[in-house]
Design a protein around this ligand. Structure first.
Ligand SMILES: Cc1ncc(C[n+]2csc(CCOP(=O)(O)OP(=O)(O)O)c2C)c(N)n1
Ligand SMILES: [Mg+2]
Length: 592
């Protein structure tokens, strides 16, 4: 609750005015909605009591867009946005996006309406068919908390608790449902409004001494320590300290991209080289890694085999630092495979790492290791050079290929954005292309969906662009076509609310990820591989995304089929975005 401000004396007249007082007290800038009668009280309060300012309503054409937008906002801003979803129906539409926010450990304050719970006050049919007992049940397994305050007096406590839980690490979405009778109640006196100063955020969780003592000893003893980082980059302090730690020890970093953790062009960034790096490690320092099995194994899905092959040596020690065990639910298995480790530390890396670096710098033994550290820096440096050379080779070999290669899209984008302070708000379905962009700053790559639910890219990117509007940052969404088709009406929201975002649609005209699966299955079953496209290709007709953008009033170009035409169109699109508008470029591209 870092930035909650003191409330002036509330002057609420209706129940839902109190909700607006709270949204203002917590300094919400925006609230995404699709309208609905179960929150008509709140809607009125937002507009006529709150002045449609702080928070300002962002109108979306699907509740999944509302929540994904708030998700993207939280990623970019580091604080939550609110979304209001209409009773049972809006909540069902929103549920996929709530799950994505849950799996991404990001706070979204989802509000809803219901009822009236007092059946005597219900309209026939619609109030019945849109009321659940209890509505929060629908999403309870993947929100940190849900509530339905029974009176206006209960609203402040409920909201403060929800905000506090959502923003405490590990973060996550919450759902508060407001009975329409509570919202529409005429207040006959003042509602007691607590001082928000009395509800400070908890201090971050630090490791006990034993955790530091063992970590330092093992790091000093190790010949080849390797760092895996997944969610460290959620905080600036963790991001910076990770850079210092890697430097100090000449330990390579394998970025898992839960957040952006480590400068792409740092010579110790060996992301994508786990085959070469992990088997050499005698100590793995896993920092906020959500899927330790996946991070230390080679995925082997050939011929239908699902099992990954472990790369980690039998003598390697593992130190696991994360907050993961604090947010485990039985319903979804998003806690991944049970991890093996020699030392488990439940701590917040944004305080653990800076302290670890400070202590390591004071260790005399580090100075004694100077030669060893220099040697391994040189060894890893060679792996880095090989990796850059391979990336460059792939880029060159595919440069003129038609359809346009994904690597060329990234390289041309890099060129078009040379003068910009850019943020990649969503990436291709693979993360490897990130390595073509010279990202070096905190939160410069916001990454893709962690819950694996399609429909994420565009609305989440809009949320990020909304969060960064006016900051001087230039936002880019590298947008797979299939994912876009789920939530494409977000283009209207982008135009209506003047959200500057460059959208590059990667039109491989396929839900390609699944083509690969159908191929594997066909091979295992000895069935015709050529049928792998049926039920998967998005062809006949091809979608003209440029035209689609224009129907929403958005600047749109393409489809671009000639590789040489790409850079010119990207430059025009960049210019348009700099004028404060969204722009979409549709590129017909290779499958991978
Ligand atoms: C809501 C939802 N439905 C279906 C899927 C299954 N699925 C995973 S990846 C994928 C294909 C995605 O296609 P696109 O976004 O175009 O990316 P591409 O694989 O073509 O690069 C599908 C259908 C999913 N992950 N989520
Ligand atoms: Mg596709």
């Amino acid at each position: 609750m870092a930035t909650a401000q003191k409330m002036e004396k509330p002057r609420a007249e209706w129940g839902s005015d109190v909700v607006v007082d709270l949204l203002k007290a917590f300094e919400f800038e925006y609230i995404a909605i699709n309208p609905g009668a179960t929150f008509r009280g709140l809607h009125d309060s937002l507009v006529n009591y709150g002045g449609n300012h702080a928070p300002e309503i962002i109108l979306c054409n699907h509740e999944e867009i509302c929540v994904a937008l708030a998700h993207g906002y939280a990623r970019a801003k580091g604080r939550p946005m609110a979304a209001v979803v209409h009773n049972i129906v809006g909540l069902q539409h929103a549920s996929m996006a709530i799950y994505n926010a849950w799996a991404d450990r990001l706070p979204v304050i989802v509000l809803g309406g219901t009822g009236p719970m007092d059946t005597a006050n219900r309209r026939p049919w619609i109030d019945w068919v849109h009321t659940a007992l209890v509505q929060g049940n629908l999403v309870r397994d993947f929100v940190k908390w849900d509530d339905q305050p029974g009176s206006v007096e209960a609203v402040p406590d409920s909201f403060i608790r929800a905000y506090r839980l959502a923003t405490a690490d590990p973060q996550g979405p919450v759902y508060i449902c407001y009975d329409s009778d509570v919202q529409e109640k005429k207040l006959d006196g003042e509602v007691s409004f607590p001082s928000l100063d009395r509800y400070p955020a908890s201090l971050p969780l630090q490791a006990p001494e034993e955790g530091f003592e063992k970590t330092i000893r093992w790091l000093i003893e190790a010949k080849k320590p390797v760092i895996l980082a997944d969610w460290v980059g959620r905080r600036d302090a963790g991001f910076k300290a990770l850079g210092e730690l890697a430097e100090l020890l000449a330990a390579p970093v394998l970025d898992q991209f839960g957040r952006f953790n480590f400068p792409v062009q740092h010579p110790l960034n060996l992301t994508g080289q786990s085959d070469k790096v992990i088997p050499q490690a005698d100590l793995i320092l896993a920092l906020d890694v959500s899927d330790l099995e996946g991070a230390t194994a080679r995925r082997a899905q050939e011929r239908g085999n699902r099992r990954a092959t472990p790369l980690i040596g039998s003598n390697a020690k593992v130190i696991n630092v994360s907050l993961d065990d604090l947010l485990v639910r039985a319903w979804a298995a998003d806690s991944n495979k049970l991890r093996e480790a020699d030392l488990m530390i439940t701590a917040d890396t944004s305080v653990f790492l800076p302290d670890l670096v400070r202590r390591l710098k004071a260790e005399k033994k580090i100075a004694d290791l100077r030669d060893d550290i220099a040697r391994r820096r040189a060894d890893w440096g060679k792996v880095y050079e090989d990796k850059r050379a391979a990336l460059e080779k792939e880029l060159q070999s595919k440069w003129d290929e038609k359809p346009v290669s994904m690597t060329r899209i990234y390289a041309e984008l890099k060129e078009a954005l040379k003068a910009e302070d850019w943020v990649l708000t969503n990436g291709s379905s693979q993360s490897k292309e990130n390595l073509y962009l010279p990202a070096a700053k905190f939160n410069q790559i916001l990454g893709k969906y962690k819950g694996g639910g399609l429909g994420y890219g565009l609305p989440a990117s809009l949320g990020a662009a909304l969060a960064l509007k006016g900051s001087g940052k230039f936002c880019v969404d590298i947008q797979p076509d299939g994912d876009l088709l789920f939530t494409v009406s977000a283009l209207w929201t982008a135009v209506h609310h003047h959200i500057p975002l460059l959208i590059i649609v990667c039109s491989n005209r396929s839900y390609f990820n699944d083509e690969e699966h159908q191929e594997r299955i066909a091979l295992v079953r000895n069935r015709p591989v050529e049928n792998k496209t049926i039920g998967i290709r998005i062809e006949d007709p091809n979608v003209d995304f440029g035209a689609m953008a224009r129907t929403y009033g958005c600047w749109g170009a393409g489809p671009i089929s000639e590789p040489k035409d790409l850079i010119k169109t990207l430059r025009e699109a960049v210019k348009t975005v700099k004028e404060g508008r969204p722009a979409l470029v549709d590129v017909v591209c290779q499958m991978r």
